[in-house]
Design a protein around this ligand. Structure first.
Ligand SMILES: *Cc1c(COP(=O)(O)O)cnc(C)c1O
Length: 394
């Protein structure tokens, strides 16, 4: 093995039935039980090889955590500079809410303006390494834009399926990056059915979130990053806008990995999943103490990334919420618009409706006494509001 071939991946493991698989084979859902598959690492070997202190001097992308990522050969990296986003202390907004430690993780500063780039950089790189050159994805918008960019940059093909009422910017981004775009009647769930059919009839690879193991690995780097940015301590509360939940599940996975590496202690943030009241299957399942969520009928919300009526990883989201003593709650579209405006007034940034929902959720939790004034709170601002400027009536 040469230096360029080092990987610490030990195997793949089903998140549900725990059956293990060879990590050198291209994989989608668990063939046994149809649930998401996780990547497992030889963390003891990583621990011997490196320490957390050396990370700060590395390149300013998520690839600085390469020992904890699945790629074998760095030459196969498809990177547009994703990750390493700022953690902004929101002093003025915090003060107005009576909070002294409020932070915004601003994921809009990724290459295509959302945190989807984290998952896509890692998953496209690894798929290319395993021989894929044709990708297919169902998406509410940002994932399609992101895949289109990484496919273009790597010289591979992308076929995307999006709801027909998707915001125009997403369509423009995909087409401009050379992707083939199909618009589908209905929601991302209907786009998912079309994408599934397309994959069966073509030689393309389905890179739909959690239906392959590697987008999760890219998104988990948000957990590594906030730990690093807080000096290897985790915040008390993380508020996350939840559609498919990949980021939330990924961060939860990263915390376990970091504890095993000896980088953090056992303390965990309370994880908060925010959904839209027009599409809140996880909130419904959480409130009824269910293991799986039921598909949401007639999902409707301006927060396109939250219009996910059924999440493949529903049980993993619910597990993280429960284990962390967290909570799930939903926010109406009017409150979301109001929160976009407040982000502008207090921080100057134009946030996505999904990101805005976290502020509305924070206010609800403060009113309920669920968060205390001194607690360290992180809101995930997951995407750029530039793609949604039509929502504001100025
Ligand atoms: C996709 C998306 C979400 C939801 O992310 P998940 O990890 O799938 O829950 C939230 N915000 C934005 C801007 C998105 O594009």
């Amino acid at each position: 093995m040469t230096q360029s071939d080092i990987t610490y991946v030990s195997h793949l493991e089903c998140s549900n039935c725990h059956k293990t698989y060879d990590a050198n084979k291209l994989t989608n859902l668990c063939p046994q039980c149809n649930k998401p598959i996780f990547v497992r690492y030889d963390l003891n070997a990583v621990k011997k090889r490196m320490n957390r202190e050396e990370i700060s001097s590395r390149e300013p992308t998520l690839w600085r955590y390469h020992e904890l990522l699945p790629l074998k050969n760095p030459a196969n990296r498809v990177s547009l500079g994703e990750g390493n986003t700022p953690l902004i202390k929101a002093r003025r907004l915090g003060k107005s809410l009576g909070l002294s430690n409020l932070y915004i993780k601003d994921e809009s500063q990724n290459p295509t303006g959302s945190f989807k780039d984290r998952g896509m950089s890692v998953a496209v790189s690894r798929a290319l390494e395993l021989g894929v050159s044709y990708f297919c994805i169902p998406s509410a918008g940002n994932a399609a834009s992101s895949l289109s960019a990484y496919a273009s940059f790597s010289g591979s093909l992308a076929q995307v399926f999006m709801p027909e009422d998707v915001s125009r910017t997403f369509l423009v981004e995909c087409k401009n990056a050379g992707a083939n775009v199909a618009l589908v009647k209905g929601t991302i769930a209907d786009a998912g059915i079309k994408a599934g059919e397309f994959v069966r009839e073509s030689n393309s690879f389905n890179i739909s979130t959690l239906k392959e193991p590697y987008r999760l690995e890219g998104k988990k780097t948000m957990g590594y990053e906030i730990a690093e940015q807080f000096g290897w301590k985790l915040p008390d509360v993380i508020i996350y806008p939840t559609g498919g939940g990949t980021g939330l599940i990924g961060m939860w996975k990263s915390f376990d990995e970091m504890e095993k590496l000896g980088w953090i202690d056992r303390a965990r943030p309370r994880m908060v999943a925010v959904q839209s009241s027009g599409c809140a299957p996880i909130v419904e399942a959480f409130n009824n103490d269910l293991y799986f969520a039921s598909p949401w009928e007639n999902p409707k919300t301006i927060a396109e990334g939250l219009r996910v009526p059924a999440a493949v990883g529903d049980f993993l989201i619910l597990k993280a919420l429960n284990e962390s003593k967290g909570i799930a709650l939903s926010i109406g579209d009017e409150e979301i618009i109001q929160s976009i405006k407040e982000f502008g007034q207090f921080l100057g940034i134009l946030v996505s409706p999904e990101g805005a929902a976290t502020l509305a959720a924070l206010k609800k939790l403060l009113r309920a006494g669920w968060i205390e004034a001194e607690e360290v709170v992180v809101l995930f601002q997951t995407g750029s509001g530039l793609k949604y400027s039509h929502l504001l009536d100025y």
